[in-house]
Design a protein around this ligand. Structure first.
Ligand SMILES: Cc1cc2nc3c(=O)[nH]c(=O)nc-3n(C[C@H](O)[C@H](O)[C@H](O)COP(=O)(O)OP(=O)(O)OC[C@H]3O[C@@H](n4cnc5c(N)ncnc54)[C@H](O)[C@@H]3O)c2cc1C
Length: 480
């Protein structure tokens, strides 16, 4: 949709095919009725930083997209299914500020000290990583980064590591093994650590779906139908250089024949796990696409909205975000169950039922702590259940290398097929998806377009006869 936006700006013809019945992918809001009160919840993408999502902010202003500040929140993480706050069992301070006096507990000094050092450390890292003489820093793990920065242990184990585990949605990578660059980019862009302007985190009023609706209405405006929902698309490369698109409604009867239409160019914006399936003939899948798919593997998590008291703190006003499982990374190699609470990122503070009134609900993303069926909140439109399966990238060092060396080439197009999506840029945040879509649209419109922030190893750059670029993209350096 980001690419389509730019094609439309240039009066270029386009069609969008979306496999499911709602566009937006991971941007998914569902209406909920909790105890007779109408609410909504964002199951996936739910917040952004107004001061660093500069490309999206322009679009929001132009399309009149409504957003509002997230409530500033404190988060504590306890091992176990939830329960009352207990300083003895606390394992994490998701937000280290001590602004919730009713909790009667402040984060240890080391946590506060480390949090104060973190922004500056990221900034120094991004600057150094960008210099040729420090090239090795681009592949640093978090373990190396943490030692270099000299953070207090309490900060590393009680705040940073539990939090980066949450950021990757309980991925199967130990926090110490995560690539420092991906973590630094995430914190810098989404959370504004070390940026010139302090973060101003926002949510979309009424849920992310409202922004997606505005964008689809804009794309569709003044044109014959260009957005097709509930249609699975596949492509075939033709000898003529054109690309044949096969489309089949997902609810078509078995044995139905797909429709075909030939296009000059096709932009593929699916997750890496389904990249190969996009090709109608498997022998046409480029080697590079296979390589990238293998390097950028995906994991799945189920998110559930529920009212299970066994999965959250007893005070409903503390219910807000995820109950998750993470790697402790200090005492045990096992994953453990962790509940982030008093962390109000998910709910809508403008809703009159938000504060002080029951019933409340909670989101759980934790297979170790399953929610009983009876407590799951139902939603008729989405098949009677709020459960949703998310796939997210395992951004380890191998994936980061593939992102640097293969994704930029795919974005420039292979046989008139161009690739965009969360995997092409950093941690795949909304802003990064938008930037990726923008550049792919520019590649489509002009073969000579150069993506200004791609990074290629010297040998790939030589082969493609393009310049080696910086690992820290311009849009991040601009925030310094
Ligand atoms: C749980 C979660 C929370 C997140 N929260 C945030 C956040 O708060 N802020 C933020 O900035 N970023 C967030 N992100 C990052 C987010 O992933 C990206 O911003 C973005 O949603 C990724 O977009 P995408 O287009 O790459 O993939 P997707 O959103 O997955 O879209 C891919 C689309 O392709 C469609 N498709 C697949 N195959 C076919 C086919 N054959 N034919 C037609 N269509 C097909 C799919 O149905 C899907 O709609 C979050 C991610 C996750 C997983």
């Amino acid at each position: 949709m980001a690419a389509a936006y730019h094609l439309k700006e240039q009066d270029h013809e386009f069609k969008v095919f979306e496999r499911v019945h709602n566009v937006g992918g991971n941007a998914r809001t569902i209406p909920l009725n909790v105890g007779g009160v109408n609410r909504w919840v964002d199951l996936g993408v739910n917040d952004f930083n107004k001061n660093s999502y500069t490309n999206l902010m322009e679009v929001f202003t132009r399309l009149g997209v409504e957003y509002a500040p997230l409530e500033d929140s404190t988060g504590y993480s306890n091992i176990g299914p939830g329960g009352a706050f207990d300083p003895e069992t606390v394992v994490g301070y998701t937000m280290p500020s001590s602004d919730r006096p009713q909790m009667g507990h402040n984060a240890p000094e080391g946590v506060l000290k480390g949090a104060a050092m973190f922004g500056d450390a990221i900034k120094r890292y991004l600057k150094l990583e960008d210099m040729d003489q420090h090239k090795d820093m681009q592949w640093w793990t978090m373990d190396q980064f943490v030692k270099w920065a000299g953070f207090p242990d309490d900060y590393v184990y009680l705040n940073l590591y539990p939090r980066i585990n949450g950021m990757y949605f309980a991925g199967m990578i130990r926090p110490s093994e995560m690539p420092a660059r991906q973590v630094a980019h995430y914190y810098y862009l989404q959370e504004g650590y070390g940026t010139v302007l302090p973060p101003e985190r926002q949510y979309w009023v009424g849920g992310t779906v409202n922004w997606i609706r505005k964008l689809s209405a804009y794309l569709q405006h003044g044109l014959p139908q260009v957005i097709f929902r509930g249609v699975k698309a596949q492509i075939e490369l033709l000898d003529s250089g054109k690309v044949r698109v096969y489309t089949l409604p997902v609810d078509a009867a078995a044995g139905s024949k797909p429709q075909t239409e030939d296009f000059d160019k096709v932009i593929v914006a699916v997750q890496t796990r389904t990249l190969e399936e996009i090709y109608y003939r498997q022998e046409q899948v480029p080697a590079m696409v296979k390589q990238l798919k293998n390097a950028m593997s995906m994991e799945t998590d189920e998110v559930v909205a529920h009212t299970s008291t066994a999965n959250m703190p007893p005070d409903p006003n503390l219910w807000a975000t995820y109950n998750i499982n993470v790697f402790a990374d200090r005492d045990s190699p096992e994953r453990y169950n962790i509940t982030y609470w008093a962390n109000r990122h998910q709910n809508d503070p403008k809703n009159p039922t938000y504060r002080g009134m029951t019933p409340q609900f909670f989101l759980t993303l934790n297979p170790l702590n399953p929610v009983p069926d009876i407590c799951r909140l139902n939603n008729k439109t989405f098949g009677d259940c709020t459960m949703f399966k998310f796939y997210h990238y395992r951004l380890n060092v191998e994936a980061t290398k593939a992102q640097d060396n293969i994704a930029p080439v795919m974005m420039k197009g292979i046989d008139n097929v161009y690739f965009t999506g969360g995997y092409t840029q950093g941690a795949g945040l909304h802003e990064e998806c938008w930037i990726s879509g923008t550049h792919v649209a520019k590649h489509v419109l002009d073969d000579a377009h150069e993506n200004p922030h791609i990074y290629l190893t010297d040998d790939v750059a030589d082969k493609l006869k393009v310049a080696r670029r910086h690992p820290t993209p311009r849009y991040l350096l601009d925030l310094m």
